[in-house]
Design a protein around this ligand. Structure first.
Ligand SMILES: [Zn+2]
Length: 311
C-alpha cells in the first residue's frame, strides 16, 4: 500500500531527527579495557583470559604508552629510543645430539644471567607493540623464541620457563605437527596446553620449512598463508609473526610476508632490535649448544646504539 504524501513526510522527519551514534558526544575512552575473549579472531596471545589488555584496546596518546606498559606488568619503562631488545633463537632444550639444542643446565644459567642483570623477558607481541610505537619497554629486554616444534619444547623448555613465569614464542612449521612424522615433534594437545598457560605465543615458521627464496611467489604465499590458517584453526589464535625457515629471505620474500598480512618477520642472525628496526627483518641471536656464557653475555654487550635526542 502506498503512503500518502503528508504521512510520508512526517515519517521522513521522524527518521531524520532520530539521534544517531555519530551525533552523540564523543568521549575519550576512560573505561577500563575489557579483556578479549579467548580464541577470538585477531586476539593477541598476551591478552587471553583476562590478562594484559591489547595495546590496541587502550587509549592512544603519549601517556598511554606508559599506561599500557603498566597494564602489561612492565616496570621501569623508558622512552623508545633508549630501549634495546635482544631476540634469542633456540632450536630446543635437551641433549639430542642430532639437533642444535641447548642443554637444560646452560639454558637455566642463561635465564639466571638475564634475571641477575635486570633484562626483562617480554612477549614477542609486546616487541611488536613497541615497534609500532604503542608500548614502552624497559631499557633492556629479551624475547625467547624456540623454533621447529620439537617435543623438548614441551618436555624440557616449558617446565623451566613455567617455573619462572617467563613468556616465550614457538615458531611452528605446521606440516611437522600435522603429520607428526618426525619422532620427537610436538602435538596439538601439548601446544594448546602451553598456549593456555598464557606464557606461550606462536609464530608461523611456514608449512614445509623450505628456503623461501627458492620458492616461486605462489608457493611462498602458500607457505605463509596456509601455515597461519592451520595454526588459527588448531589453536584459535592468529599468529602475527613469521619466522623465515633457516632465516632465508630477500626483498621479495619480505614483501610477500608483508602482503600476506603478517605484522613482522624474523631472521636467524643476531643483532639488537631497536625502535625503527625493519619489521620484516627482525634479527635473532642464535643460541647454540656450544654457546658459552661468555658468548651469551656478548649478545648483550655490543651494538647498543646511541639514538638519544640531543639534550
Ligand atoms: Zn626452523
Amino acid at each position: 500500500m502506498r503512503l500518502r504524501l503528508p504521512k510520508f513526510l512526517a515519517l521522513l522527519a521522524t527518521v531524520a531527527c532520530a539521534p544517531t551514534q555519530r551525533e552523540r558526544p564523543v568521549r575519550a575512552a576512560t573505561a577500563a579495557p575489557t579483556a578479549v575473549a579467548a580464541g577470538a579472531p585477531g586476539t593477541r596471545l598476551g591478552d587471553l583470559g583476562g590478562r594484559a589488555p591489547a595495546a590496541s584496546e587502550l587509549p592512544v596518546g603519549p601517556a598511554s604508552r606508559q599506561a599500557k606498559a603498566a597494564a602489561a606488568g612492565l616496570e621501569n619503562v623508558v622512552p623508545p629510543e633508549e630501549t634495546v631488545v635482544r631476540v634469542l633463537l633456540y632450536h630446543g632444550i635437551g641433549t639430542r645430539t642430532s639437533r642444535p639444542v641447548v642443554k637444560a643446565r646452560a639454558f637455566r644459567e642463561q635465564l639466571d644471567w638475564l634475571e641477575a642483570h635486570d633484562i626483562e623477558v617480554i612477549r614477542l607481541s609486546q616487541l611488536l607493540d613497541f615497534l609500532d610505537g604503542e608500548l614502552w619497554l624497559p631499557r633492556h629486554a629479551a624475547v625467547i623464541t624456540i623454533d621447529d616444534g620439537e617435543l623438548n619444547g614441551y618436555s624440557k623448555a616449558y617446565p623451566i620457563l613455567k617455573e619462572r613465569g617467563l613468556p616465550f614464542t614457538l615458531g611452528l612449521a605446521t606440516q611437522v605437527i600435522e603429520e607428526h612424522r618426525t619422532r620427537g615433534a610436538l602435538n596439538w594437545l601439548q601446544i594448546r596446553e602451553m598456549v593456555d598457560s598464557g606464557l606461550c605465543e606462536v609464530a608461523s615458521h611456514s608449512v614445509t620449512h623450505r628456503k623461501m627464496t627458492l620458492l616461486p611467489d605462489e608457493v611462498a604465499r602458500f607457505e605463509l598463508e596456509r601455515s597461519r590458517a592451520v595454526l588459527t584453526e588448531e589453536l584459535a589464535l592468529r599468529p602475527e609473526a613469521f619466522f623465515y625457515p633457516l632465516g632465508d629471505n630477500n626483498y621479495r620474500v619480505r614483501r610477500l610476508a608483508k602482503q600476506s598480512g603478517y605484522r613482522a618477520a624474523f631472521v636467524a642472525h643476531g643483532g639488537p632490535t631497536i625502535a625503527g628496526t625493519q619489521r620484516f627483518g627482525i634479527p635473532r641471536y642464535d643460541v647454540k649448544p656450544d654457546t658459552s656464557m661468555r658468548k651469551f653475555r656478548s649478545f648483550f654487550n655490543h651494538g647498543i646504539p646511541v639514538l638519544r635526542s640531543s639534550r
